[in-house]
Ligand binder design. Sequence first.
Ligand SMILES: C[S@@+](CC[C@H](N)C(=O)[O-])C[C@H]1O[C@@H](n2cnc3c(N)ncnc32)[C@H](O)[C@@H]1O
Length: 236
Amino acid sequence: MAADFSRYDTRHYPTLPVREGYQAWANTYESTVLDLMDLRLLERLRTIDWARTGQALDLACGTGRGGAWLKAKGVASIDGVDFTPAMLERASAKGLYDRLLLGDVAAVDLPAATYSLVTQLLADEHLADLAPVYREAMRLTLPGGRFVLVGYHPWFLMAGIPTHFDRAPGDPVGIESHVHLFSDHVAAAHAAGWRLAEMVEGLVDEAWIEAKPKWAAHRDRPVSFALVWEKPRTKS
Ligand SMILES: C[S@@+](CC[C@H](N)C(=O)[O-])C[C@H]1O[C@@H](n2cnc3c(N)ncnc32)[C@H](O)[C@@H]1O
């Protein structure tokens, strides 16, 4: 079962509700989130031929970092959904999404069986329950399609470090987070009908420590993960 982050919290920053948090972070978001967290994991995936992906949907697309990566890899067409207007405005300014929708990943106003690829980068810790997003991604994906979910590692959350940013210099705030064990992901994904195709985890290595010297204290600890789920072509 998902656990509220507060039981692991070691920082005790003031905590903002998710939409409010990203509305406040949107201006500085891209200068603080490192590609090491998610995009480097996407580079390691071997079960997806990005250039042969037709239509993709980027759930919780934020400012469009993931969309930009997908486009650079040759993904033909990308739609995006996010429920924070200020994040979505930045994604829109990039001009690389075909359609952008303001909405919740748990109930997306798009037709079923449309996408050969659905992604969700760095958002699962903000969902109290994983089941709705796995169900919704299943509904939206074509048979044989993939759902790639990249997340902040539960180990790091359980070590007491929330998703956070500086609202002003020296004024860190957390954003409401939940801890999902990998067994939570597997249970929610299997209940929705997904099969696991691939999984990778990222550790705090030299590249991380160069970018964030204080993270030497977390050397070799897992900081992020990527799960590639496949929608079976026929119901089993
Ligand atoms: C850490 S950002 C990730 C943005 C982008 N995917 C990236 O990798 O840079 C988390 C995003 O998830 C969005 N988000 C969180 N919960 C959501 C929900 N239930 N429905 C839609 N968007 C959500 C937030 O608005 C925010 O833009």
